[in-house]
Design a protein around this ligand. Structure first.
Ligand code: HEC
Ligand code: HEC
Ligand code: HEC
Ligand code: HEC
Length: 128
């Protein structure tokens, strides 16, 4: 009786081990994929040159330099954080365009407001 049980347990255990190993491998693969998928390049390339924005204060855009949210480039937080990731498109459109509109109203040089292709150029110069 007890001997039969022992045999059954021995026969099953390698399968259980294999299934568990496979699950762990899947989990690791899934986490690795998530890491590589989240900060990936934008679907649309974006043109942004600091040289065009030399008249502006760094902290005007790099709010994290002063508000102690943390370090790194925009995408470190805006793409990695599940809290704000989904707002990327609207947040950055508002951000870039509001200043350009404001400058245009003041009669100063400004960047594009509505012309998609002036920001989303063929040539990608920035990775958000
Ligand atoms: C002033 C510059 C600017 C203009 C003009 C602009 N965009 Fe964007 N757009 C951006 C920035 C910056 C982002 C954020 C980059 C990112 O998501 O990686 C963005 C993100 C996007 C995204 C999300 C892409 C992604 O990979 O997350 C779409 C879609 C998009 N824009 C479409 C448009 C369309 C359509 C227009 C014209 C109606 C337009 N944009 C005009 C700057 C601009
Ligand atoms: C008009 C907005 C704006 C201003 C002003 C600005 N930046 Fe940036 N900066 C950005 C954006 C948007 C990015 C991310 C896009 C990119 O990859 O270039 C960035 C990226 C950077 C990066 C990160 C690059 C990397 O790959 O890690 C550094 C460092 C930086 N800026 C420094 C500065 C400093 C210093 C100043 C002031 C002298 C400044 N910026 C002014 C918008 C701005
Ligand atoms: C260390 C993390 C971090 C970095 C780096 C960072 N941000 Fe943010 N940003 C945030 C968080 C968190 C919020 C949301 C704050 C909130 O909901 O009040 C935010 C909000 C914003 C907003 C919306 C502000 C508003 O009033 O709605 C803009 C625009 C913005 N960030 C632009 C940028 C740009 C441009 C860069 C890079 C030059 C950048 N951020 C870098 C964390 C970061
Ligand atoms: C605080 C104000 C401000 C913000 C924020 C800002 N810009 Fe600008 N941008 C300017 C000004 C001013 C110019 C005009 C510079 C000139 O012509 O000398 C400009 C010019 C540009 C140009 C045109 C360059 C050319 O060749 O004509 C592009 C593209 C651009 N910005 C993209 C962006 C993107 C993308 C963002 C958001 C990530 C952004 N800007 C955020 C002020 C701003």
């Amino acid at each position: 009786m007890s001997r039969k049980h022992g045999q059954a347990a021995l026969r099953i255990s390698p399968l259980v081990v294999i299934v568990l190993l496979a699950l762990v491998a899947l989990l690791i693969a899934g986490l690795a994929w998530r890491e590589s998928a989240i900060p990936m390049r934008p679907q649309l390339p974006v043109a942004f040159e600091h040289a065009d924005h030399a008249t502006e204060q760094c902290a005007e855009c790099h709010h994290n330099f002063v508000d102690e949210t943390g370090g790194g480039a925009c995408y470190n937080c805006h793409k990695m954080s599940p809290d704000i990731n989904a707002q990327m498109e609207t947040m950055f459109h508002d951000f870039c365009r509001d200043c350009h509109i404001h400058k245009r109203h003041e009669g100063e040089d400004s960047g594009p407001v509505r012309e998609c292709s002036l920001c989303h150029t063929q040539e990608e110069t920035a990775v958000f």
